[in-house]
Design a protein around this ligand. Structure first.
Ligand code: SF4
Ligand code: SF4
Ligand code: F3S
Length: 268
């Protein structure tokens, strides 16, 4: 029996740090190896592909032609638009042109990471390159998987949803899938009982911090950040595998315009 054809995925990198890809590399169920050999056909990904230069460009073009209307386009990184978009080029093509070209015949477009979702780090004021989101460039809503880096399972679940149901999952007003970004960090945080009881770490390394008390007074943005970090963690390494679990306040990396570009809330 012939195996079903694995769906083609084209993954573009623009203004970014590759942290989103690094996050994906650390998945364990499935492993990246299983993902790209058994589940999808990762036909273009600058970090992971063996091809380079003209050969890489050919891979992208071939995959787009062979899977017209069927491939999934993933974009990692913001897209600069200032000065006619000259601040990011791949293979001689401007990022803004590449994303439009590749999105035109894609079955679905997914923005991974806060950079692709709304500019993220590259758009930090004064945003000298005009770093913009995928949705802004395409002029339509796309599923955003924000986070810096995002949780890879939120991305994989979005892809699997599309492959299973032929549609993308329901999203909130910021384009974030509700299954992953529908609840506040604060609702599921393991330190919530300390918050409710008024037990707070007041500075890093103090007794309260060492005892695992609530980090609100160190600036934790969990009460205003929608994400499932405390529920699923990162990296499959057991306990303490998310920022608050490690003793660091949530900086709100899944929220638009917070984390890097706005100060933490004031605390009493
Ligand atoms: Fe890097 Fe964060 Fe941008 Fe991902 S969202 S590419 S981790 S800066
Ligand atoms: Fe809420 Fe942050 Fe305290 Fe957890 S550490 S209970 S998310 S304020
Ligand atoms: Fe980001 Fe806060 Fe989760 S900083 S990784 S949303 S705990």
């Amino acid at each position: 029996v012939a195996a079903a054809k694995r769906p083609s995925v084209i993954w573009l990198h623009f203004q970014e740090c590759t942290g989103c890809t690094e996050s994906l590399l650390r998945t364990d169920h499935p492993t990246l190896v299983k993902l790209i050999f058994d589940v999808i056909s990762l036909d273009y990904h600058e970090t992971l592909m063996a091809a380079a230069g003209h050969q890489a460009e050919k891979s992208r073009k071939d995959a787009m032609a062979a899977n017209k209307g069927k491939y999934i386009l993933v974009v990692e990184g913001a897209i600069p638009v200032k000065d006619n978009g000259i601040y990011c080029k791949i293979g001689g093509h401007k990022a803004v042109d590449l994303v439009r070209e590749c999105a035109a015949d894609a079955a679905a477009v997914i923005a991974i990471g806060s950079c692709a979702s709304w500019g993220g780090m590259p758009s930090t004021g004064p945003n000298p390159s005009g770093a913009s989101s995928v949705a802004e460039i395409l002029g339509k809503t796309v599923p955003n998987i924000p986070g810096c880096p995002p949780n890879p399972y939120n991305f994989l679940a979005t892809v699997v949803h599309f492959l299973t149901f032929g549609s993308l999952p329901a999203v909130d007003k910021l384009g974030r899938p509700l299954f992953a970004y529908g609840r506040l960090i604060h609702e599921n945080c393991e330190r919530r009982a300390h918050f409710d009881a008024g037990r707070f770490a007041m500075e890093f390394g103090d007794v309260g911090h060492r005892k695992g008390y609530c980090l609100y007074k160190l600036g934790c943005k969990g009460p205003e950040t929608y994400a499932n970090c405390p529920a699923i963690g990162f990296g499959d390494v057991g306990e303490n595998n998310w920022p608050v679990g490690c003793g660091h306040p949530c900086i709100g990396c899944t929220e638009k315009g917070v984390g890097f570009t706005k100060p933490i809330h004031s605390v009493a």
